[in-house]
Design a protein around this ligand. Structure first.
Ligand code: UDP
Ligand code: MG
Length: 323
């Protein structure tokens, strides 16, 4: 039976924590009964610098309920960093950790299946949303558009998967080796590799409190995701520069023809030709500089370059097999 940690980032969640803790306690009881988790399994609540009574509630839960543990961050660092803090705290104490949201929008009934998949040997299990009925049309279409753009830019992410996922201890240890500051977990986890599988679930509505992800945060999260995983926008500038430089040749021909036909005003030909040409040249130059910045950027991230999945040792002496 594995020791499972349920890691939950909480930011100003005083309205939902009482209900969440009740549901989770019931869930952990039932998981234990079914023999899916052992006695050392815990719920780890990470207070992401909340301004309300969240931490007091966590302290209370910790005192009264044997399942609950808490971590308090010094200040608000955002969902992704709070999650990472929780996962790294959990790693040495568990066999696997499952991350979920404090509002239980991620269906807790899917938890059994995550653990079953882990027992079957998966290191990473992604929770994937069945449908997006509970979202507003706006949130749904922007989210879908985001996944498409990410895919088009060559970022390997799982469609309709947020941060509801299980990671084994060794996957968590591998995650710790990604030292980047611009954290975008759902882009990093697929890079870790290892055997993975999916669990499908329906996402509920938040039952109390407000979303802590207003549009502004969502946009900056999306931009972060793209710029942390792709240097293609830089290449795009280069390509655009090349195209405009080529077009400038036609612009030049056009300007010259107008000049010789005598339809151009004095000075127009030179001005137009140089605008096109210089514009293209400038863009191309920015693109070249961008190419180098892209390289510096990837180096500075100093991500681990590989991860060995299994190592087939063969420690028998050469002589031993002879008989
Ligand atoms: N959260 C956090 N720090 C933040 C914002 C959000 O730890 O700065 C947590 C929040 O408490 C919740 C999870 O991240 O557990 C997801 O947030 P929310 O439910 O508000 O986002 P939504 O589901 O609307 O995308
Ligand atoms: Mg939510």
């Amino acid at each position: 039976m594995p020791t499972v940690y349920f890691v939950i980032p909480c930011y100003n969640e005083e309205e939902v924590l009482p209900e969440t803790s009740k549901q989770l306690t019931a869930k952990l009881d039932s998981l234990k009964e079914k023999g899916l988790i052992d006695d050392k399994s815990r719920v780890l609540l990470v207070d992401d610098g909340s301004k309300d009574k969240t931490w007091e509630l966590i302290e209370k839960l910790n005192a009264e309920n044997a399942y609950f543990e808490g971590v308090k961050l010094a200040h608000n660092r955002g969902h992704q960093h709070a999650l990472l803090a929780g996962l790294e705290t959990a790693a040495p104490r568990c066999d696997c950790a499952i991350s979920l949201d404090a509002d239980l929008q991620d269906d807790v009934n899917a938890l059994d299946e995550f653990i079953v998949k882990f027992n079957e040997g998966c290191d990473v299990v992604y929770g994937v949303r069945n449908k997006r009925e509970t979202d507003s049309v706006f949130k749904r279409s922007t989210a879908q558009g985001f996944y498409r753009v990410m895919k088009a830019l060559g970022v390997d992410i799982v469609f309709n998967h947020a941060d509801y996922r299980l990671m084994s201890r060794r996957a968590l240890e591998a995650l710790s080796e990604y030292k980047e500051v611009n954290l975008f977990l759902r882009g990093i986890v697929p890079l870790i590799g290892y055997r993975s599988d999916y669990v499908y679930y329906d996402r509920h509505e938040r039952f109390a409190g407000e979303s802590k992800y207003p549009l502004k945060k969502m946009i900056s999260f999306a931009i972060d995701g793209i710029t942390s995983f792709s240097v293609r926008p830089l290449k795009l500038i280069s390509n655009l520069g090349i195209i405009i430089s080529i077009l400038s040749v036609f612009g030049l021909i056009y300007a010259l023809v107008s000049f010789f036909m005598g339809v151009a005003v004095a000075g127009w030909t030179a001005t137009v030709a140089s605008i096109w040409f210089l514009g293209g040249l400038q863009m191309l130059s920015i693109g070249v500089v961008g190419g180098y910045i892209g390289k510096i950027y990837s180096e500075v991230k100093s991500r681990p370059r590989y991860k060995i999945e299994t190592f087939l040792k063969n420690e028998t002496d050469k002589g031993q097999n002879k008989e």
